[in-house]
Design a protein around this ligand. Sequence first.
Ligand code: ZN
Length: 694
Amino acid sequence: MTARLHENPLLGTADLPDFAALRPEHVSPALDVLLAEAEAALVLAADGHEAAADYDDLARVLDVPVERLRRAWGHVCHLQAVADTPELRAVHAENLPRITDFSTRLASDPGLYARYKALAAGPQAASLTPARRKVLADAVRDFVLGGAELQGADRERFAALQEQLAALSKRFGDNVLDAVDAYALFVDEDRLAGVPADVVRAAREAASAEGRAGCKLTLQLPCYLPVMQHAEDRALREQIYGAWARRASELGEARFDNSPLMREIVELRQEEARLLGYPSYAHLSLVPKMARSPEEVLGFVHDLARRARPFAERELAELQAFARGTLGIAELQPWDRSFAAERLKQQRYAFGSEEVRPYFTLPRVLEGLFELIGRLFGVRIDEEPASTWHDSVRFFRVRRQGPGALPVAGFYLDLHARTGKQGGAWMDSARQRWRRPEGALQLPLAHLVCNFAAPVGDQPALLTHDDVITLFHEFGHGLHHMLTQVDEVAASGISGVEWDACELPSQFMENFCWEWPVLQRLSSHVDTGEALPRALFERMLAARNFHNGLAMLRHCEYGLFDMRLHLEPGRAGQETALAFEVAALLSPAVPAPFLRYPHSFTHLFDGGYAAGYYGYAWAEVLSADAFSAFEEAGLFDPATGERFREAVLESGGSRPAMDSFKAFRGREPKLDALLRHQGLLPDETGGRAAALPA
Ligand code: ZN
């Protein structure tokens, strides 16, 4: 053994983990200990032993070691994401299979399932708190959806389906990646007029790396998008768009054709649903979600599409007129749309993110954000020293305002991009709130991670407005995790929250980034100290709603395609036909006859979004509607903040998300607020049409 166990930070019991001391050589020895404890606990809990007879006993026997294992493994995964080294990656890869294996057995153990079922239906259940009953119900539901009730041949078939589906999905995703990677178009640099210089430079370097002259264009997004948006050469755009639209389909290279995989995936999903007793995969997919039925989702999507349609029609007509009049494009084709839209947008709102950035210094933005959170939710946030994985990472404690200033949570803030750190932004749990079986209250810890540009010299870091929105978004998730008052580990914070409701608090917080009084508090010019000028804010606001009608319809189109594909019998193998049928129904723009978007729709065929794509728009409706309560009562109204905290943030997964929403809003969600925010209400004076500069 290379490290002494009592010095292993993954086995420590201190309030905060000693991240600075954690080394790759600690990982395997700690997991040996923690996995052995968890394995023993699973045996004890699953074999009907009396020591795990009631809710508290089961928590003591099973949840304590399992939570300890998950927490330690979570630290390892976190470090691998934010401070990766070859050594850490190696121990992560080495240990991942045994963690996955344990999790799979924990989720499908027949003895454990019987135990949960007995607890959920037993005489004691009625005296449990609603949160505990929800935990048991969720656990039983997840076992059932994992095939726990199936017997004999059905059980075997179900397991085979899971395996086949995983393999087919993987192949689907690989085909899309490979089709994109296999494509290259070499062109002379003079054909790239209009394309940003850094994109041209990258294309030139890519060509010369292969010993070729000119520029190498690919279907990778950092190349494809700017070419479609900016290349003045129309024939070039048509060529690249054609390759993009046909990728991984029967119209592209045969070896990457996803047609047979799609058909098989949809067929097998329908079979899986039938085995579990559901009429379609769409019905099955919605069981653990907030939306109650496929009909409700269809109604939702159609309603949204109907309301966005007139705006999309106007936007398209405007774009066509602009293309004809200004760009000399008589008939706007699919490969012209991004290009024309970009030109129109520039002409109307001309401002760059660089113009806005000097107003958003990181210290000022954080100060403004913490002040806002304090005013809304009655907490205060103070920095404290803590052991971390990098010098730039800071730790903060969240306390209730008022006497005693009781701590409620803590969070690590890791905001800047650096080597060894994964891109993107996310919130992750480092620890969950839990009234532990031995009686102690464990407080939640969060990781808030972004990838903003680091400060240069002695100047503070400057954020774009998009960065500010990202920060607010992740803080929304963080508040959901940290302000929870639920005592059950499986239902506190974001645990047990329906998948299509998870983005409510995060998207809710984003709305504040578009409010003038908030932006004034967040901004202070790096040189002059001046707040963001009102005129600049107005231009940002107007540009925000540019082509929202078309964007909304595209979301609806994908959502409707997804839901109908997984709902209607006999759709397997009809993906292309259905895609055109849905486009004809919803969209004012005519798609290219060779467009094959289903063939590269990885969200549906190699991701978790099957019969769930509507979730994006769904969560936006919830968050916009929740935010409109603040617009009605006053942006900083403490009573509304308290109600939101109690109804939504504190209650986590302890009850259905619809109940939480209704507890806050007093009714079910409505579309109006989202449509108003996006400038998609016909009679809204402050809406899109009026916000456009002449
Ligand atoms: Zn999010």
